[in-house]
Design a protein around this ligand. Structure first.
Ligand SMILES: Cc1cc2nc3c(=O)[nH]c(=O)nc-3n(C[C@H](O)[C@H](O)[C@H](O)COP(=O)(O)O)c2cc1C
Ligand code: SF4
Ligand code: SF4
Length: 285
C-alpha cells in the first residue's frame, strides 16, 4: 500500500472512530486537522490522503474548508473524503471536491457514513444498528481505497436525493437560525460560514460547573479560556459540540444543544478528543 495519511476533525468521536479504523487498516498515519490548520500551507509526502469530517448544516465544517484550501494536493495520487452524518452528506463532499479542484486536484472518491446524530435527540434512532452498518461501510471504504476506486458513494441515498434540490433553501434557513442563536440582527448579510464562529454566544454554563477545565482541553481550536474557574468562549467556535458533550457534569447549555441532548461515540475517549489540537505527525511542517 502507498504511504497514506488520514486527516480528521471530530467533536463527539464519530469521525474519529471511522478515521482510526481506516488509518489502522491502511497502515497509515492518523493526523488531526486541528494540529496542522495554523500552517500557511499544508504539504505532505503521502501518496494517499483521506479527509474525515462531520457534516454541519448540510455542508463542510469551516475548519475542513480552510484545511482543503491550504492543502498542497495537486501531486497527490489519490485523495478521498469521508463524511459522517446523522441524516445525509448534503453538499459536503461536492464542496470538498470543488475546493480541491481549485487547487489542481479532483477528489478521487467521496464516501458517506451514517452515524448517530450528535446535535439533537432522535428518539427513533437505533444506535447499535447504526454502528454495525457504519462498520460495514468503513470496510467498504478501506477496500475501495486499497483498489483506488473513484466516484461518490453515499449512504442514505433517498434522503440525499430528496435534500439536494433544497440545499440553497436549507442554507438560508440555517442563516436565520444562526442569526437568532448568536444574537446577530436578522438580515445581517452574514453567511453560514461567518455566523458559525459566533454561535458560541448562545452557550451558558450552569451551577453544575466544577471548574475542571475539560471543556477547554477538548476544544479542538482553543476557543475556550478558563476564567475564574469557568469557561469563557472566544467567538472562534467550530460548532463541534465537544465542550457540551465531554463536560463531566453536563454544565454547558444553549445553542443547538438546547434540548440537553448528550452524545459521545462509545469507542472514543477523552484523551483521544483532547489530543486533537496537539502536535501532528505526518504532514511536513
Ligand atoms: C453544528 C452541527 C450541524 C450538523 N448538521 C448536520 C446536517 O446538516 N446533516 C446531518 O446529517 N447531520 C448533521 N449533524 C450531525 C453530525 O454530522 C453527525 O452526528 C456526525 O457524525 C458527528 O461527528 P463527530 O462525532 O465526529 O463530531 C450536525 C452536527 C452539528 C454539531
Ligand atoms: S468541563 Fe464542565 S465542569 Fe469542567 S470547567 Fe467546563 S463547564 Fe465546568
Ligand atoms: S467552543 Fe465548544 S463547540 Fe465551539 S469549537 Fe470549541 S469545543 Fe467545539
Amino acid at each position: 500500500m502507498a504511504m497514506a495519511e488520514i486527516y480528521y476533525f471530530s467533536g463527539t468521536g464519530n469521525s474519529l472512530a471511522v478515521a482510526k479504523s481506516v488509518a489502522e487498516q491502511l497502515g497509515g498515519d492518523l493526523v488531526p486537522i486541528a494540529s496542522v490548520i495554523d500552517r500557511e500551507e499544508i504539504q505532505t509526502e503521502a501518496d494517499v490522503i483521506g479527509i474525515t469530517f462531520p457534516v454541519y448544516y448540510a455542508d463542510l465544517p469551516n475548519i475542513v474548508r480552510r484545511f482543503a484550501e491550504k492543502l498542497d494536493c495537486a501531486e497527490i495520487a489519490y485523495v478521498f473524503g469521508i463524511a459522517t452524518y446523522g441524516g445525509a452528506a448534503g453538499a459536503s463532499l461536492k464542496s470538498l471536491d470543488g475546493i480541491l479542484r481549485s487547487r489542481g486536484k479532483t477528489l478521487s472518491a467521496g464516501f458517506g457514513i451514517h452515524m448517530p446524530q450528535n446535535a439533537f435527540l432522535k428518539p427513533w434512532e437505533n444506535k447499535n444498528w447504526i454502528y454495525r452498518q457504519a462498520r460495514k461501510r468503513t470496510d467498504f471504504v478501506i477496500r475501495s481505497v486499497e483498489t483506488q476506486r473513484e466516484g461518490m458513494f453515499y449512504s442514505n441515498l433517498p434522503l440525499q436525493a430528496v435534500l439536494t434540490p433544497f440545499h440553497r433553501w436549507l442554507r438560508r434557513m440555517t442563516v436565520l437560525h444562526l442569526e437568532e442563536v448568536s444574537n446577530t440582527p436578522s438580515r445581517s448579510g452574514l453567511t453560514v460560514e461567518d455566523l458559525i464562529p459566533l454561535n458560541d454566544r448562545s452557550f451558558r454554563v450552569g451551577d453544575a460547573c466544577a471548574g475542571c477545565g475539560i471543556c477547554a482541553r477538548v476544544c479542538p481550536v482553543g476557543n475556550i479560556k478558563i476564567v475564574e474557574g469557568r469557561p469563557a468562549w472566544q467567538n472562534r467556535c467550530e460548532n463541534c459540540l465537544a465542550c457540551v458533550n465531554w463536560c463531566p457534569t453536563n454544565a454547558i447549555h444553549g445553542g443547538i444543544a438546547k434540548n440537553d441532548h448528550r452524545y459521545r461515540h462509545p469507542d472514543v475517549t477523552l484523551p483521544d478528543i483532547a489530543g486533537q489540537s496537539g502536535s501532528s505527525k505526518g504532514a511536513r511542517p
